[in-house]
Each structure stands twice: as C-alpha cells, then as structure tokens.
Design a protein around this ligand. Sequence first.
Ligand SMILES: Cc1cn([C@H]2C[C@H](O)[C@@H](COP(=O)(O)OP(=O)(O)O[C@H]3O[C@@H](C)C(=O)[C@@H](O)[C@H]3O)O2)c(=O)[nH]c1=O
Length: 182
Amino acid sequence: MVEKDNWLLAGAKQDGVSITKEWKPATPSLIDGVIFQEIKPVLTAYGSLTEIFRTEWVPDAAQIGQIFASTLEPGGLSAWHAHAITTDRLFVAAGQMRVVLYDAREESPTFGMLNEFKLGTRRPGLLVVPPRVWHGVQNYCSTLAILVNAVDHAYRYDAPDHWRVPADSDTVPYRFSNDRHG
Ligand SMILES: Cc1cn([C@H]2C[C@H](O)[C@@H](COP(=O)(O)OP(=O)(O)O[C@H]3O[C@@H](C)C(=O)[C@@H](O)[C@H]3O)O2)c(=O)[nH]c1=O
C-alpha cells in the first residue's frame, strides 16, 4: 500500500544529515587553522580522568605560555574577542559552553565562515582558536561553567593582545540567544 503524505503539516521540512555513524557532527568544514580534538574521559574506580592538552594534538608542538581558567555563571556571555598573535586552546572543565568562531581574515580560504561548538563535560574536547579568529563563549546551562585556556603567549599586563567588539555588534553575523530549541 502506498503511504499517503497527508500526515505532513504545512511547512514541514525533512531533517538533513546531522551526525555520522561515529556520532561525529556532520558539520561543514572548520575555519582554516581551527582544530577540534575530541577527548574521551577515562572512567576510574573513583570518578574519571580527562586529558586536556597534548603537544601532539596541535601543529608544530606549539608552546604553552600560560594556562588560566575563566568561570561563566549560568547564562554568562563573553564575546567577541580576538588576538593578533595568541592562539587560544579552550577546554571546558565544568558545565557546558557554546563557543562560536568567526573568520574575518579577508585572505583566509574560510573568510566569513562561522563555526559553533558545544564544549563541556558531556562531550569533552580541546578547541584550538588561531590568532585573528573572533570568538565568543556562552554558558548556556544552569550550572557554573569553567573554561580552561592554555595559550601559547602569556598575557601581557602592559599591552594585552586582546581586541573586542560587543556581543551584539553588526560586524559579526551571529547572535547568541538563550533559547533552547531544536
Ligand atoms: C587573560 C588574563 C586576564 N587577566 C585580567 C585582565 C582583565 O582585567 C580580567 C579579565 O580578562 P579578560 O577580559 O581577558 O577575560 P575575558 O574577557 O573573559 O577573556 C578571556 O575569555 C576567553 C573567552 C577568551 O577568549 C580569552 O581571550 C580570555 O581573555 O583578567 C589577567 O590578570 N591575567 C590573564 O592571564
């Protein structure tokens, strides 16, 4: 018997491919220079152990100049940032964060591209953000979130390598929302 389509509601759209059989997001390509290293926690008799950073995960075994942690309260938003020479290596050690990247480098092959990631304890990973790629982070959950950043160049108190535009700047084609919808 041929199934009728009379159950479809007006405007219904069929889902596209969103995940591979290895449960990896079937997302478009990454912004040039961005690396996402998925990390699987090791379960122990007392809890778990999760590696955060290995030089073999990043190209040319780049250095670590400093490691710092930022906390974001539930709903907290820190956007948009960019660095001229500093590479951020972001790891969410507690809670969940949305991390959005925007490539405004006109010479980049991925100029204009946005990447959105959800990082945290539910799916640990290290996100490498190259210099000059704009980024913003949001704690989209209801518990405190902790972001660890293993940067290659330590923070310079006298001349921070840190540029900002407001989270609602029209120069970045993205708006963070607090909605939780499909
Ligand atoms: C990075 C850093 C900041 N600070 C000071 C500067 C400032 O007064 C205060 C807050 O620093 P920031 O404004 O840089 O913090 P924030 O705006 O949360 O930015 C940080 O968040 C993540 C998402 C990033 O992308 C990084 O660039 C990092 O700078 O802490 C230090 O004392 N040492 C440091 O190593």
